[in-house]
Design a protein around this ligand. Structure first.
Ligand code: GCO
Ligand code: MG
Length: 404
């Protein structure tokens, strides 16, 4: 028994906002979790501070599954990004404490290592084919064996294409408000196969490449894209459809053998079930920081295993090093692990949240430190107060709203 004595939330912005959750127990231990929700950070922070912390104080920190069930099902309100992000922050902090009590790293508590490192990928984007190629080559020099590629489509009146940043002028104009991309399906659908045709002509065959659609296509458009990309043997096509379209993955499947990945907008096990049990995808890529944490993700991985679906947990810069560490602990253990998305954090982030995974020669590693191996320097976090920021939004050329 280790009674929870305090639950504290720290919101800090060492370059971008992170919501960090500290849980303390009466045996003098503490654990840290991450409950960051990009552009909506204060929602999970408030949920934890105002509604969940009072429930947790006095509970036994060792009973992680019971606490998870109590908060996820016992509250009547289920799922969704805000609640499941808050729960993820709490869950990670509790696993961190359990590891410290046992004197074991998280991967060991989960069942031990199945591999020596987690195959990692990073992103290369550019304004044109040549610039994407140059950025791919830079990543190859650093040891990456799997790379996500995105390209802007010039001369179409579109701007801020996903994967390519906005100009300083555009950012200054919209200061304090979400940036607005202008996007159209037709030029997009033409541009992606052309990018792969170019890259496959100049890059080595054994380099794995893929692309993130970011849920922007209709089912028939997605099927067309996946079919046209088939000759280029993508590692996978990421998030081709909106999360509301699980059944439509069947349409893509009927037309192509391009492997499919989906999941950063699924928030619990139930959201993932149709695409896993229907074998409609090949990689499940939930965000451990948004789907209830380690407790929920290890079940998702276990359900995916007999359906030949591998894991590819979401790993962008808008979730902090604590989630990235949790990712790699699970990657070490999960038998059906596929690949791990990663970023290199700003030095300020690494100072505030030390102990995240390290990258070498294409693979990610975590240390053998008990728990998640991460920590938070609260004094340094206090130097970087919260700053309101938004994700960009997307409109079509006629001004109507499109999915992000
Ligand atoms: C990815 C994601 C991110 C998201 C971001 C939203 O695959 O890394 O698509 O780029 O857009 O995490 O907050
Ligand atoms: Mg994505």
């Amino acid at each position: 028994m280790a009674k929870i004595t305090q639950v504290k939330v720290v919101v800090t912005c060492p370059g971008r906002n992170y919501v960090l959750v500290k849980i303390e127990t009466d045996d003098g231990l503490y654990g840290w979790g991450d409950a960051t929700l990009n552009g909506r950070e204060l929602a999970p922070a408030t949920l934890i501070e105002q509604h969940l912390a009072p429930l947790l104080v006095g509970m036994d920190a060792d009973r992680i599954e019971d606490i998870h069930q109590y908060l996820a099902r016992g509250s009547y309100w289920r799922g969704g990004p805000i609640q499941m992000t808050a729960l993820a922050g709490i869950d990670m902090a509790l696993w961190d404490i359990k590891g410290k009590r046992a004197g074991l790293p998280l991967y060991s508590l989960l069942g031990g290592k199945s591999r020596e490192g987690a195959l990692a990928y990073s992103h290369a984007s550019g304004r044109d084919h040549k610039e994407v190629e140059e950025n791919v080559r830079r990543l190859m020099e650093r040891g990456f064996k799997v790379i996500r590629v995105q390209v802007a489509f010039s001369g179409t009146g579109l701007r801020g294409t996903y994967g390519v940043g906005f100009s300083e002028r555009e950012e200054a104009e919209r200061k304090g408000l979400p940036m607005e991309e202008v996007w159209e399906p037709a030029p997009y659908l033409r541009s992606v196969p052309r990018l792969f045709e170019y890259l496959r002509g100049v890059l080595p065959d054994d380099l794995e490449l893929f692309h993130d659609v970011h849920e922007r296509l209709t089912p028939i458009e997605a099927a067309r894209l996946a079919k046209e990309l088939e000759p280029y043997h993508l590692f996978f096509l990421e998030d081709a459809l909106r999360p509301e379209h699980p059944e439509s993955f069947r349409l893509i499947r009927q037309h192509t053998t391009t492997p499919l990945a989906m999941g950063e907008l699924y928030f619990n096990l139930y959201d993932c079930l149709p695409v896993i049990t229907g074998q409609l995808i090949d990689y499940i890529r939930c965000d451990l920081g948004h789907c209830g944490g380690i407790s929920e993700a290890r079940k998702i991985a276990a359900i995916a295993e007999p359906f030949a679906v591998k894991t590819a947990w979401h790993g962008p810069g808008d979730i902090g090093p604590i989630v990235h560490a949790a990712n790699v602990h699970l990657d070490y253990f999960v038998p059906n692990f596929g690949v791990q998305e990663m970023v290199v954090f700003d030095e300020r982030v690494q100072e505030v949240i030390p102990g995240g995974p390290t990258f070498a020669d294409g693979y990610l590693h975590v240390s053998d430190a008990p728990g998640l191996g991460t920590d938070v320097d609260e004094a340094k976090a206090a130097h970087y107060p919260y700053q309101r920021t938004f994700l960009p939004t997307t409109r079509r050329l006629d001004g109507s709203v499109h999915d992000w």
